[in-house]
Design a protein around this ligand. Structure first.
Ligand SMILES: [Zn+2]
Ligand SMILES: [Zn+2]
Length: 213
C-alpha cells in the first residue's frame, strides 16, 4: 500500500490518498477542502479513484467530495449515523465555518464490521462513536495501520462538544476499542502527525484521562 498525506485547509485536516501499487486502485480518506491538490496527485500517478471514504461528517473532512465525485464518479462511503450530517450544513458545520454550505450525499453506507477493498488493500471499518455518532476508524488488514479520523490524535482526542459528540460514547470507544490496539500499531489521525499506539498510551493526556474515568 502506498500512502500519501496532504494537510489541507484552515484547520490543517489530513487527507490521505492510498493506493495499491500493482493495480493502481486508489481511495481518498477524508478529502479536505482542496480538490486540486488531490486531483493533481491522483492524475499524476494514474490512479483509479473508486472510493471516497469519510471518517465522519465534519466540513473540514468533506470539502472536496463533490469535485472528486464529479471527476471520477467514485463511490462515497460514510457510516449510516453520519449520513444526515453529510447532507446538512448545520450539522456538518460548514454553514458556520465556511462562506459556502456543504451538502453532499453518500451512496455506500457502512455498518459496523464493513470491509472495503481497494485493489488488494482491505480496510476494516471500526465504528468508534464519541466525536460524532457515526465516527469510524479504518484498520488496514494485515498491516499495523489504523486511520482514526477525529477519534484519536497523537496528542489528544476529538472534541465532544460538537453536534453528535458524546462523552459517554467516547469513554466506551476508548476503553473498549482503542485501548485494545497493540503498541506497534501506527495511528494516522485526522489532524496532526502519525504516531505509534505505544507512544499514545504513554503520552496522550486526554487518552489517559479517559482511561482513568
Ligand atoms: Zn471532526
Ligand atoms: Zn477534523
Amino acid at each position: 500500500m502506498i500512502l500519501k498525506r496532504f494537510v489541507i485547509g484552515k484547520i490543517s485536516t489530513n487527507s490521505y490518498v492510498i493506493h495499491d501499487k500493482h493495480t493502481l486502485d486508489g481511495a481518498v480518506i477524508d478529502p479536505g477542502d482542496n480538490s486540486k491538490i488531490l486531483i493533481d496527485y491522483i492524475d499524476k500517478n494514474n490512479l483509479k479513484l473508486n472510493h471516497i471514504i469519510l471518517t465522519h461528517h465534519h466540513y473540514d473532512h468533506i470539502g472536496a467530495v463533490q469535485d472528486l465525485k464529479k471527476k471520477y464518479s467514485c463511490d462515497i462511503f460514510i457510516h449510516k449515523k453520519d449520513l444526515k450530517g453529510l447532507k446538512n450544513p448545520s450539522i456538518n458545520l460548514s454553514k458556520k465555518a465556511n462562506r459556502k454550505s456543504i451538502s453532499v450525499d453518500a451512496n455506500k453506507i457502512f455498518l459496523d464490521n464493513s470491509v472495503i477493498n481497494i485493489g488488494n488493500i482491505c480496510l476494516e471499518v471500526i465504528h468508534t462513536p464519541g466525536h460524532t455518532k457515526g465516527s469510524i476508524c479504518l484498520k488496514v488488514k494485515n498491516q499495523n495501520i489504523i486511520f482514526t479520523g477525529d477519534t484519536l490524535f497523537n496528542d489528544g482526542i476529538g472534541r465532544l462538544d460538537l453536534p453528535g459528540g458524546s462523552e459517554e460514547d467516547m469513554i466506551n470507544t476508548i476503553k473498549n476499542i482503542v485501548s485494545k490496539w497493540s503498541d506497534d500499531i501506527k495511528i494516522y489521525p485526522g489532524h496532526g502527525n502519525w504516531d505509534m499506539m505505544g507512544n499514545i498510551k504513554l503520552r496522550n493526556e486526554e487518552y489517559e484521562y479517559i482511561m482513568n474515568i
